[in-house]
Design a protein around this ligand. Structure first.
Ligand SMILES: Nc1ncnc2c1ncn2[C@@H]1O[C@H](COP(=O)(O)OP(=O)(O)OP(=O)(O)O)[C@@H](O)[C@H]1O
Length: 289
């Protein structure tokens, strides 16, 4: 088993390092098997890592590597075959149905590829929904929605319906909805997948604001190295296993982006430079995979 922890040295982290920030999410020895007998897929194969409070972590890997399965297990949409997922000290793989709904409502915020706003509600009502369901008072709802909308630059679409917003505005309203109730963990699944590059950049800057100003802990699955370069740390998955980890450290986003591309090239077997291969391969050994 290799355990990737959240210690923040620059560059690539080794296994089993201690950390100073509080661990929010701890994924331990997670195995997820689909199918049976002849058609068994180990979608997650002994995966272990930690995410600390306030971290912005990207998850990357080739198609079919297990990224969505991992996100689905953490969001409790899917169940693990074995292993544990501890969020804020509680093993969420053990929750029963009523606790599960409460956990998803209170502890998680979701941002999907499509904004998934409710068409019959205005921007304000879409953002307010999580608070209204929780039974918060109207004044508190208004204050929180307006504060979040201001931070994310969507105050001018609060009265509009989703069909009257641009794709980028819809995604930022979705980001506001994900964060307004102050969830412990924001899960983003290809959040820029349906956006053009300008709107993608705005959304990524929005996630950066959520992370740096509101100290939101974010876990984002993405194929896109540009999107990933906004994160503090990238976990790379290959064939259901945690393959490697990159940290931005003090590097510029451009440098981080280049390093992400190198690992991506290695993972997809398209690496051109032998230095990139050596660079990655030496650290694969460090993780023990
Ligand atoms: N419900 C299922 N039944 C059987 N196999 C599944 C199921 N869901 C996923 N898998 C398999 O598990 C593996 C991981 O799938 P997963 O969707 O997690 O990959 P991914 O990394 O998210 O891929 P992509 O980038 O293409 O979305 C794949 O081999 C996939 O075929």
């Amino acid at each position: 088993m290799s355990v990737v922890t959240a210690t923040p040295p620059a560059g690539i982290a080794n296994a089993n390092q201690s950390n100073s920030r509080k661990v929010l999410l701890s994924v331990r020895d997670v195995l997820k098997v689909y199918g049976s007998r002849e058609a068994v897929t180990r979608a997650l194969d002994d995966v272990s890592f930690d995410i600390c409070e306030g971290e912005f972590v990207g998850v990357m890997g080739p198609s079919g590597s297990g990224k969505s399965t991992l996100l689905n297990c953490i969001s409790t949409i899917d169940t693990v075959t074995s292993g544990s997922i501890i969020l804020n000290g509680r093993d969420i793989t053990q929750l029963r149905s009523r606790q599960l709904s409460k956990f998803r409502r209170d502890d998680l915020g979701f941002i999907f590829q499509d904004a998934n706003l409710l068409d019959t509600l205005t921007g304000f009502e879409n953002i307010a929904l999580a608070l209204t369901i929780k039974g918060e008072k109207a004044d508190a709802v208004r204050t929180k929605v307006e504060r979040t909308a201001t931070l994310l630059g969507v105050t001018d679409v609060l009265r509009k319906y989703p069909r009257q917003m641009s794709g980028g505005q819809r995604q930022r309203v979705a980001a506001a909805r994900a964060i307004v109730a102050d969830p412990k963990l924001v899960l983003a699944d290809e959040p820029t997948g349906a956006l053009d590059s300008r709107n993608a950049a705005v959304l990524l800057e929005t996630l950066e604001v959520l992370n740096t100003k509101l100290h939101a802990t974010i876990m984002m699955v993405t194929h896109d190295a540009v999107a990933a370069s906004y994160a503090d740390r990238i976990l790379f998955i290959k064939d259901g296993k945690l393959f490697n980890e990159l940290r931005r450290g003090d590097n510029s986003r451009t440098d981080f982006y280049q390093r992400i591309l190198e690992v991506q090239a290695f993972l997809s077997g398209k690496q051109g430079s032998s230095s990139a291969v050596g660079f990655v391969a030496s650290h694969v050994t460090a993780l023990g995979n």
